[in-house]
Design a binder for this molecule. Structure first.
Ligand code: MCA
Ligand code: AMP
Length: 500
């Protein structure tokens, strides 16, 4: 296998002094990142698996790159993960080491691991790096990252992502977008999911380009970085929605100066890319009207990395996610599994199934779930429902599972939240649904029957309870109290009738 991150292999001369990543006022050149990651790789070479406390900092970049160079699988952790979710991930993935920054305060659950501190401010003795793992790149199928993703029921599953999938997906995006080492990517995505970590960090590093991370998303930050050399922006639809809101400020209003700066910065970018959920056509149109630029969408999934995408040189078609990327095979199947004939299936609706070098190898410790996610003939069942046009453009029209919620671009299983709500002493019954939300796409709504109807637990208390056990983005944004949940004759909760 060719190198996963060739630009980090002993960079010398001008290549060594080129900026690799910048987070606020902290920047790392290729030489510095190569040196720091090589030194760290040597320290973790014998760890079976490492957990990475994935804050939006250069330390996370050094940690993940070091793990890749050492050939040790890394498990990126959301630093806001609550107690029960963290306990599950640790028990499931069994890391022996946790990589964290010097100032990070880690939860008790991580205390039993060996802590290795990563400090981006410390110069290493070996600024140009060295050849790792004896000069032999780990095999293409060796696991690089284990990324946790929610399902409809039960705790999150660890998707095992081999080096081959990362390389294939990033190279398919290079082909689709003309992505080069001259590109400067701007984003504010979290670094514990595929979008922010693989596309947003390993993407620029594989090309020998650079990343400027905002730390926290803000329209001002986007305007500043795109207005001073950034060439590409990656974001989830919620971020583009918030940009569109700023761009909507009427002339002469208080926000019009901010609008003009943002519009100019977006207009000057080479590529504006949205993914992780559907970007509403209304937001596409508002951004196009204010900037003259089209946001393009690509469609991916933790288990498959990237499947389709609008090409930089292709027709931007709002509402579609473009044709399959190089190397990806895509087909539609009916409810009963019958594969739709591609020639006769134009415009027909079916489950999207994919095959290709971009796919994961399976869920960690879950052969049952891995088997269930594949068809007998080896295709991955995405659970997304879509159509394909005559020119191969894919449109996603829905999702098979009603118990999956996409909020702010995060996938959230209704079942995991219901289980946690039922663990609250004030809750007798609970159901969780997703409700349309202009900002988040979908908003988590909890329907609760209180143990004591005269003093139901306050909504904020339930939200805090979910945030503390799972993660803040999984907390219910709305709580509705009922005397009883609607159930069918078999006792199953009828979620569809809740909204009615
Ligand atoms: C609020 N907060 C709380 C609570 N309430 N903390 C603890 N307990 C509470 N009860 C805090 C939050 O931690 C946060 O802190 C702040 O309040 C606001 O949080 P939140 O409401 O969640 O933020 P938001 O404004 O709704 O965030 C919107 C967002 C975010 C920035 C767009 O949703 C986001 O980053 N989404 C990206 C998701 C993503 O990358 N998905 C990719 C997976 P503070 O203010 O300190 O921050 S999909 C994927 O990878 C596939 C492959 C693909 O196709 O891309
Ligand atoms: P995750 O499992 O968190 O990686 O999320 C993957 C899911 O996000 C996919 O199965 C889709 O439902 C959704 N998704 C990703 N990109 C897009 C997009 N551009 N348009 C619509 N849905 C998307």
């Amino acid at each position: 296998m060719t190198l996963l991150l060739p630009a980090l292999q002993s960079p010398t001369g001008p290549a060594a002094s080129q900026e690799a990543v910048r987070f606020g006022d902290l920047s790392l050149t290729y030489g510095r990142l190569a040196g720091a990651s090589a030194a760290l790789a040597a320290r973790i070479a014998d760890a079976g698996r490492v957990a990475v406390w994935a804050t939006p900092t250069p330390e996370t970049v050094i940690a993940v790159v070091a793990a890749l160079r050492a050939g040790v699988p890394a498990v990126p952790l959301n630093p806001r993960t609550g107690a029960s979710e963290l306990a599950h991930i640790l028990a499931d993935s069994e890391p022996t080491v946790v990589l964290a920054g010097p100032d990070d305060v880690l939860p008790a659950a991580l205390e039993k691991l060996r802590r290795v501190t990563v400090d981006a401010r410390v110069e290493t003795e070996n600024p140009t790096g060295h050849v790792e793992h004896g000069g032999v790149e780990p095999g293409p199928e060796s696991p690089a990252l284990i990324v946790y993703t929610s399902g409809t029921t039960g705790p999150p599953k660890g998707a095992v992502l081999p080096r081959r999938a990362i390389a294939a997906s990033l190279d398919a995006l290079e082909d689709a977008w003309g992505w080069t080492g001259d590109d400067v990517l701007v984003h504010a995505l979290p670094l514990f999911h595929v979008h922010g970590l693989i596309l947003g960090v390993l993407g620029p590093l594989r090309r020998g380009g650079s990343l400027r991370h905002l730390g926290k998303f803000s329209p001002d930050g986007v305007a500043r970085e795109l207005g001073s050399g950034g060439t590409m922006l990656f974001g989830v639809p919620t971020m583009y929605h918030r940009l569109a809101e700023v761009l909507d400020a009427p002339a002469g209003s208080a926000g019009s100066a901010e609008r003009d700066v943002l519009a100019g910065a977006l207009a000057g970018a080479r590529l504006l890319v949205s993914g992780s959920a559907a970007l509403p056509v209304h937001d596409h149109e508002r951004i196009a009207a204010a900037t003259g630029r089209r946001v393009i969408e690509r469609y991916g999934m933790t288990e498959t990395l990237m499947n389709t995408g609008i090409r930089a040189d292709g027709a931007p078609r709002p509402g579609t996610v473009g044709p399959p990327l190089a190397g990806v095979e895509l087909r539609l199947a009916e409810e009963d599994g019958t594969v739709l004939d591609p020639a006769g299936a134009i415009g027909e609706v079916g489950e999207i199934q994919v095959r290709g070098p971009n796919l994961f190898t399976g869920y960690l410790n879950r052969p049952d779930a891995t088997a269930a996610a594949h068809t007998a003939d080896g295709w991955f069942r995405t659970g997304d429902v879509g159509t394909v046009d005559a020119d191969g453009y894919v449109t996603i029209v829905g999702r098979k599972a009603t118990d999956l919620i996409k909020s702010g671009g995060y996938k959230i299983g209704a079942g995991e939240i219901e289980n946690v709500l039922l663990g609250h002493p004030g809750v007798r019954e609970a159901a969780v649904t997703g409700e349309e939300d202009p900002d988040l796409g979908e908003r988590v709504v909890a329907w609760v029957v209180a143990a004591d109807p005269d003093s139901p637990p306050p909504a904020e208390e339930l939200a805090d309870h979910v945030a503390a056990q799972l993660a803040p983005h999984k907390r219910p944004r709305t709580v509705r109290y009922l005397d009883a949940l609607p159930r069918n004759d078999l006792g199953k909760i009828m979620k569809r009738s809740l909204h009615a």
